[in-house]
Structures are given as structure tokens and as C-alpha cells.
Design a protein around this ligand. Sequence first.
Ligand SMILES: Cc1ncc(COP(=O)(O)O)c(C=O)c1O
Length: 353
Amino acid sequence: MTIISTADELFDGDLCIDLRRTLGIPLYLKCEGFNFTGSIKIRAAVSMVSAGIQQGLITRDSTIVESSSGNLGVALSVVAAARSLRFVCVTDPKCNPATVKLMCALGTRVVVAETPDAAGSHLSARKELVRELCRRNAGYVWLNQYENPANWIAHYETTAPLIAKQFPELHVLFVGTGTGGTLTGCSRYFRENRPDVRVVAVDTVGSVNFGMPAGPRHLPGVGAGERMPLLDAAPVHDLVQVPEQDTVRTCRCLARQGFLLGGSTGTVVSGAARWLARHDPAGTRTSVAVSADTGERYLDTVYDDSWVRRTYGALAGLDALDPPEWLAPPDGPDGLDRLDGLGEPTEDGGDRP
Ligand SMILES: Cc1ncc(COP(=O)(O)O)c(C=O)c1O
């Protein structure tokens, strides 16, 4: 039995789904969405707030402020409420209304940066509003998830060691890339402690995180419209870029088996399936993918037929019950990309840049 006294104590990193039965993929899915914040962002939120308190930046009189389009905002709302701290979340009109309500219910003040900047970026408009709030209000502290080392350190100190302990035979770890906190923390941990483990980044087509061309993206979590300063590609072995259509298909396929998971989980599973089809066709290795959240926050997008048709046009496999062949194409072009900045994997995975 787990007994907690404050809402930010529950991380519950124990649950893993074996996807061999549901999708026919030799992959374990490490579920990070079963805590009071509903996502893996509890780790970054606790780490950044604790570091701020230890460094004396956050005191009883402080107001935490952060830019977020969703999961980090909810996670910080929970952590702030649990620690009796004030929190202002700066978001934008693309933020799901249910998420705004959730943050308000937790006692957060939500401010919307209505207008994107001249280049059309909501992210830079949000960051500018955060700076403005800090300039105007004494006691406002910007955690800055995009540059705060406590973001990646959370995963170096908790996520990665837990995976290493749960899977002593681990060969490959697949991690989605938003701010790069999870990827950087995990890949640095494995480089230093288990250099035989390959860490594969999974990103969305249209994200510039790894220097690829920018393009339209509609789902939060994975992918970025500007390079994330925290992201360190050096300890990462490989990259898979996944089109959002495959993200949606994979999510819906999992949901039809009872696993209602978040958008980025569809991205990571789809990318892992492609990578494994090419690099481990016999399925003999132990592979793990990180699932960042569950599916309720995506009922109006990924799981909504009219949103999917409006956004992507006709989507084959929209209602598929069986894992379709696109999930693990046997041969041919598969969207895998090797980056110049990434290490060259060898058969034993012992390579490093
Ligand atoms: C659903 C989801 N998946 C993946 C990520 C990526 O995490 P990171 O910012 O550590 O790269 C996030 C981050 O917000 C997320 O919300």
C-alpha cells in the first residue's frame, strides 16, 4: 500500500504495459500518467520547485510563474497547491479548455497570451508575457522549464534509475522530445551508468528539435517550433520522426484495446515500432518506451473523429481494431533518420560520440 500526505508525493513509476499482446510489438510501455498531475511532468515540477526553494529563490512570499500549454501547468498547479505556494500559468488560446479549468480548480491563476508574436509563435508570446509579469510584480519567480537544469536532472535522478532498476536487461529506451528534459536526463544517465543501453529520441515530423525543417504540428507534448536549449543530442543514439497521423492511429489502436493514453504515447510507440522492425526484427531485445500521460486530455483531439478529419483529412485506419501494417513496416522507407550530431550505434551499443 502507498500512503501519502501531500499530492506531490505520488510518482507511481511502477506500472508497465507489455505491448506484445495488444500490438504485437516487443516493447514495454512505462506509464507515467498515474499520479495526481496526470503526467510525467510531476517529476520536472517537483524538481524545479524544490531546487528553487533550496536556492532561496522561492520563499513563502513568492509567486511561481511558468509558460505551459498543458501538462507542466497542471503539474505545477498540484505542486504549488501541495506546498501552499501561489502559481500563475501563462498559456495560449490553443490550450485545451478542460486543462484551463483543471488548473483553476487547483487554485492556479491562468493568464492567456492571446496574440502570437509577429512570426506567429505562441511560445515566444507566452515567454514574453512571463517576462513582463516578472518585471511588473515583485516576488514573481519564473521557473523556465526550457532552460532550468532541474528539468533534466529530475529524469537523471528519478526516471532513468527507476527504468534501469525495473529492466536490468534493458537494451533500448525510446523517449519523446518536448523541452528535451526527459531525453537529456535519461540519455546522460545511461551514458554514465549503463553505456550498453541505446537511447532513441522520438520526435514529431515538423519539429525543429533536431534541426529538421519546421512544419505544422497540432498535438502538444512532443515536438517544438524552436530549438530547445536543454536538449543535448550528444548522448542520444538515434532519432525517429513520426508523422502526427501515425500518432493518432497508434493512440486509437491502443484505445480500442482499453488503453486510453496520451498523444505523445502514440508518437513514441509508433516510432519505437518502426525502429524495432528495422533493428530488432526478431524481437529478442528488451525495449522500453516512456508513456508521458493518459488519454482524457485528448478526447477533443486525438480521439475525436471530426477533429481528426478536420485536421488531417481522411485518415485510413481511423477505426481500426487490429494493429495495422503501418505500425511495423517490414522494409522500405520508414521515416527513420540518423542525425549528424548523434552517436553511431554499434551492435553492442557501446559507442559514444
Ligand atoms: C504529453 C507529453 N509528452 C512528452 C513530453 C516531453 O517531455 P519533455 O519536456 O521532458 O521533453 C511532454 C512535456 O510536456 C508532455 O506533456
